[in-house]
Design a protein around this ligand. Structure first.
Ligand code: 8YV
Length: 311
């Protein structure tokens, strides 16, 4: 049995995941290209693979149709937006994710971004690099209204962390009813959240086909001087519209870990009021090792339950 590890990093902090596969008699092939794989790379690299330990590279219909042996996509991560789930289902390819391991690191990165924006850290960093010494007053989070768009595991964990700082918290999620949010928060429709929040943080699990969540209109609805944080997916935000909103001063700042194109080289990330990180919100040593171990265990358990495939 052959497993292909499509991740750009594997077993950097813990050798257990690879050892588990070897102990179970698997042949382990790894992504040696040092970058996110393209569709062509996948079709080539996974030709003989029975399973893949997957990152966020594209498993679209063309790729899945070209891989006759693939039976299991075990994601090291939570998002399934890069996988054509209809085709996977039709072809009997099982898909697993590691949501529990991702929740805390992403929620903590979100807290870091909220605090960074409340104390103007992107602007202070840009100032200091240019040799200027400007004292910009910040805000206590207790002075702010924080808007959480999406209230699944990560949104709920951010809300729990926020309690210690005491901001007013608004929640908008089409899959969560008003009575399902904690008493410490206020459920509200998206337009009201956008109009009232000092910082809006995206934790939405919205498929790419549904289009941008924060386009020109939604950014325009945001409170003047508001801020946007995105640790979910780049395609949720119209980056050109965001750049325009920041340049015009309608929005004061933004922080994001995900971009429309990754790596991002666009003008947006060079603005002094922007904090951009390279899709590392889930990446702490412990959480990454836990994600890899979980992804490998999902895969091994899957094949323990399944009859041995014949070629
Ligand atoms: C990546 C993520 O998966 O959980 C997700 O869907 O976007 C990230 O955690 C990870 O960085 C690469 O495997």
């Amino acid at each position: 049995m052959i497993v292909y590890v499509a991740l750009q990093q594997f077993c950097e902090f813990d050798l257990t995941p690879k050892q588990l596969l070897l102990d179970a008699g698997w042949e382990v092939r790894v992504n040696e290209l040092g970058r996110r794989l393209t569709s062509e790379d996948l079709v080539q690299g996974l030709r003989d693979a029975d399973a893949v330990v997957a990152g966020v590279e594209p498993y679209d219909a063309t790729v899945l149709e070209a891989l006759p042996h693939l039976q299991c996509i075990s994601r090291c991560g939570v998002g399934m937006d890069a996988i054509d789930l209809d085709v996977a289902r039709r072809k009997g390819i099982a898909v697993y994710t590691t949501p529990d391991e991702v929740t805390e690191p992403v929620a903590q990165m979100t807290m870091a971004m909220i605090l960074a924006l409340a104390r103007n850290l992107p602007q202070h960093l840009a100032d200091s690099r240019q040799g200027s010494w400007v004292k910009r007053p910040g805000w206590l989070l207790a002075e702010w209204t924080v808007g959480l768009v999406g209230f699944g595991r990560i949104g709920r964990t951010v809300e729990r962390y926020l309690r210690i700082f005491g901001p007013r918290v608004l929640v908008s999620d089409p899959f969560v009813a008003p009575h399902e949010v904690p008493e410490t928060t206020h459920w509200c429709p998206l337009p009201r959240l956008l109009a009232e929040a000092d910082v809006v943080s995206l934790h939405a699990n919205r498929p790419r086909q549904e289009g941008v969540l924060m386009g020109r209109a939604e950014l325009g609805q945001m409170k003047a001087g508001g801020r946007l944080i995105n640790t979910s997916r780049g395609y949720l935000v119209d980056e050109q519209a965001l750049e325009a909103a920041l340049r015009s001063g309608h929005l004061a700042a933004a922080a994001f870990d995900v971009c429309e194109q990754e790596p991002s080289r666009g003008p947006l990330i060079r603005l002094p009021q922007v904090l951009c990180t390279p899709h590392v919100a889930s990446l702490t040593r412990a959480s990454r090792a836990a994600m890899e171990r979980r992804a490998v265990r999902h895969l091994l358990e899957h094949f323990t339950r399944m009859p041995t495939p014949t070629r």
